[in-house]
Write a protein that binds this ligand. Structure first.
Ligand code: UDP
Length: 419
């Protein structure tokens, strides 16, 4: 569906805005056409550091074709770093989420050099540039800036490591606008607008489109997931912030009372070098359960599988310790399944406790286990939460709303430019 042509990700999925009309209704679609009218022919560039695995790539993948479809000439380039670069930026990511990490001058130099080298491969003559996350943040230093630049930070910025933030802030200050996912991520002392834009999912993507029961069953069979017991799943990269070890603990507790099976599905992102180490920790911790077939670990990257797993789940967990927004929660809710998740980051925007799912403190293993049992033992409760969750996503977190927000931002930035 998406492939690289040099540094550019080609991601025409063939879908149009009209395809969304039956899902969101006429008013939403007309509103988008109205906002796009003044922007026809404008040229927008997105830059991030991977076109697969993880929520950011997922969103850009759906947003870019829709922006093109409504008349905005939109391109998506991927910064190509090596393993050393991604190890550094993964540490940046961890430190932005509050972890105490020290950075050497050599690491900072390599970060800048990689950005500088990449700038040599990428000409920018667009009307607006959107830079996603910290990896390509310093690019702005290596261009003569003739258009608005937006830094779209998808990370939880509520409590960043102060030394790292001081370093990164030097680049952020060159930008015209910051876009963040939550009110709590605003940084004090920044002169530019800090604009809140909630993430969203594409209801027509392979990951979220309707699947028949037969398709779902075939996908589960293909990956060796039996359905003789209720499935409890967490779909997340193997990352300490997603707390897969905590999920195994919760599951072990539930399993003492209700027979069920846990699937942890996390593909390996090229810009996340820690994945395999965390995977091995989980494998060690869950060894007897894995040998008994009660815990299944999957590292395949397959969007249809994610779709099938979410639909087949009796309970979906998201036991994150930190979470920028948590698209896996959105996806689970959209499948009409009960989601039990941590009260962190963007998750409470999606789950109203007891109405569209259940929220718990991320360290409350017993609380998680108790809620999972409650839902497994009361399928009607799960159905009720799932129905409410799906409607909440329809109203607030579909890609058409994200597109509409981007059009608002483009109108604001480009109208100011032309005035
Ligand atoms: N994802 C996936 N396969 C996996 C694990 C995750 O496709 O094995 C997707 C998941 O469905 C979601 C995204 O990666 O679309 C994760 O986004 P989220 O905001 O939950 O977390 P992030 O990885 O960006 O921290």
């Amino acid at each position: 569906m998406a492939y690289m042509d040099g540094i550019t990700c080609i991601c025409d999925n063939g879908r149009t805005l009209e395809d969304h009309r039956p899902i969101v209704g006429d008013d939403v679609i007309s509103g988008i056409y109205r906002k796009a009218a003044s922007l026809r022919g404008k040229r927008v560039l997105h830059v991030n550091s991977t076109y697969q695995s993880g929520g950011v790539a997922e969103m850009i993948l759906s947003l870019v074709p829709l922006m093109n479809n409504v008349g905005i000439d939109t391109r998506w380039n991927i910064l190509n770093g090596d393993g050393e670069f991604f190890a550094i930026t993964k540490n940046f990511h961890n430190a932005l989420q509050g972890q105490a990490v020290a950075f050497s001058d050599e690491e900072k130099d390599l970060y800048l050099q990689t950005n500088e080298a990449f700038s040599g491969q990428m000409a920018i003559d667009h009307d607006l540039v959107v830079i996603h996350d910290p990896q390509p943040l310093p690019l702005i230093r290596f261009y003569r800036k003739t258009q608005p630049w937006v830094w779209r930070c998808h990370v939880d910025l509520s409590n960043p490591n102060p030394a790292l933030w001081e370093f990164l802030k030097g680049f952020v200050l060159d930008y015209d606008r910051m876009v963040i996912s939550h009110e709590h991520y605003r940084r004090r002392g920044m002169p530019m607008e800090q604009w809140i834009c909630r993430p969203a999912i594409d209801p027509l993507s392979e990951k979220n489109r309707d699947l028949s029961e037969a398709e779902t069953a075939a996908l589960l069979a293909k990956y060796g997931v039996p359905t003789d017991k209720p499935l409890v799943t967490q779909i997340s990269r193997f990352d300490k912030w997603k707390d897969p070890l905590g999920v195994v603990e919760v599951f072990s507790e539930v399993k003492r009372h209700v027979d069920c099976r846990l699937v942890l599905c996390g593909s390996m992102a090229p810009d996340d070098p820690e994945g395999w180490a965390i995977y091995r920790q989980v494998e060690d911790a869950a060894r007897p359960l894995i040998d008994a077939g009660d815990v299944i670990l999957i590292t395949a990257e397959d969007h249809l599988l994610v779709n099938a797993l979410q639909r087949a789940s009796a309970v979906i967990l998201q036991k994150s310790l930190r979470e920028g927004f948590g698209l896996t929660v959105t996806e689970g809710l959209w499948k009409g399944r009960p989601v039990i998740a941590s009260r962190v980051g963007g998750i409470p925007l999606q789950i109203e406790d007891g109405v569209t799912g259940f929220l718990l403190d991320p360290t409350d293993t017993e609380g998680f286990a108790w809620r999972v049992r409650q839902v497994l033992e009361n399928p009607d409760l799960g159905e009720r939460l799932g129905r409410a969750g799906k409607e909440h996503v329809r109203q607030h977190f579909l890609i058409t709303r994200l597109l509409s927000d981007y059009l608002d931002m483009l109108n604001a930035e480009l109208t100011i430019q032309e005035a």
